[in-house]
Design a protein around this ligand. Structure first.
Ligand code: DX5
Ligand code: ZN
Length: 224
């Protein structure tokens, strides 16, 4: 899949956890090729979600691509557990604390045969990702403050950064995907698309509506 193709990634954080198996099946049946899994440690972000065991549970429920977003400190300390749990991509935050380093962690993810990504908080400039852009498969530009679903899209704070990342990538013959995450609806997804995004994380807007398949189709149509 090239960074020209667009995908809608349902974020499991917004699903009904009391029936996680059927929710994952619902997203799979609705045509999701990637699922976005938000891991939160209550330290790096002011919320706690789930860990490797939930990733493993979801792995058993679907064959689709699991895009694991680690909103945790010391992602290198926990890395093996997420690899073993069945992640396909692991995205780490440049702002997190590491026992080793961002670069070493990205290398370990790739060495395990997975894809790797870097995530940027809305307050973090694109320059913070520059040392890593030749090592990553995707750059995740957070369009909300990480920690919670259902927040409003932060257009002014994040779209210039997204466009700068696209321009740098294209000017330097790189090929990482550009992913946006948070407040993505049929109204905001086109704005992110115009600034270079091709992967669209949708929590509330995909799991929220009664007909997820229609919601996914409408979201996809809004960026096609
Ligand atoms: C927030 C997460 C997002 C969130 C998206 O920290 O990274 O993936 O679940 O939520 P919505 O799509 O509901 O804004
Ligand atoms: Zn996320």
């Amino acid at each position: 899949m090239t960074h020209q193709s667009t995908l809608i990634l349902p974020s499991v954080l917004a699903s009904d956890w009391s029936k996680i198996g059927s929710e994952v099946q619902r997203a799979t049946d609705a045509g999701a090729e990637w699922l976005h899994l938000d891991v939160m440690d209550g330290n790096f972000v002011d919320n706690i979600s789930f860990g490797p065991q939930m990733v493993q549970t979801i792995r058993k429920c679907t064959d689709r691509y699991l895009d694991v977003h680690l909103m945790i400190h010391r992602p290198d300390h926990y890395l093996e557990r997420f690899i073993k749990a069945g992640a396909n991509n692991i995205t780490i935050h440049v702002e997190a604390n590491y026992d080793t380093s961002v670069a070493e962690t990205l290398q370990r993810i790739r060495a395990a045969g997975l894809h790797c990504g870097i995530a940027l908080h809305p307050d973090t400039p694109f320059e913070a990702a520059l040392p890593f852009v030749e090592m990553i498969d995707l750059l995740l530009v957070m369009t909300v403050v990480p920690g919670f679903g259902g927040q409003p899209f932060m257009e002014a704070e994040t779209m210039p950064k997204l466009a700068a990342a696209r321009d740098h990538r294209d000017a330097n013959g790189l090929s990482f995907h550009l992913e946006v995450d948070g407040g993505i609806y049929t109204t905001t997804a086109p704005i992110a698309r115009k600034h270079g995004a091709n992967l669209f994380v949708c929590g509330t807007s995909s799991f929220g509506p009664p007909d997820m398949k229609v919601a996914m189709q409408e979201l996809k149509a809004s960026v096609s």
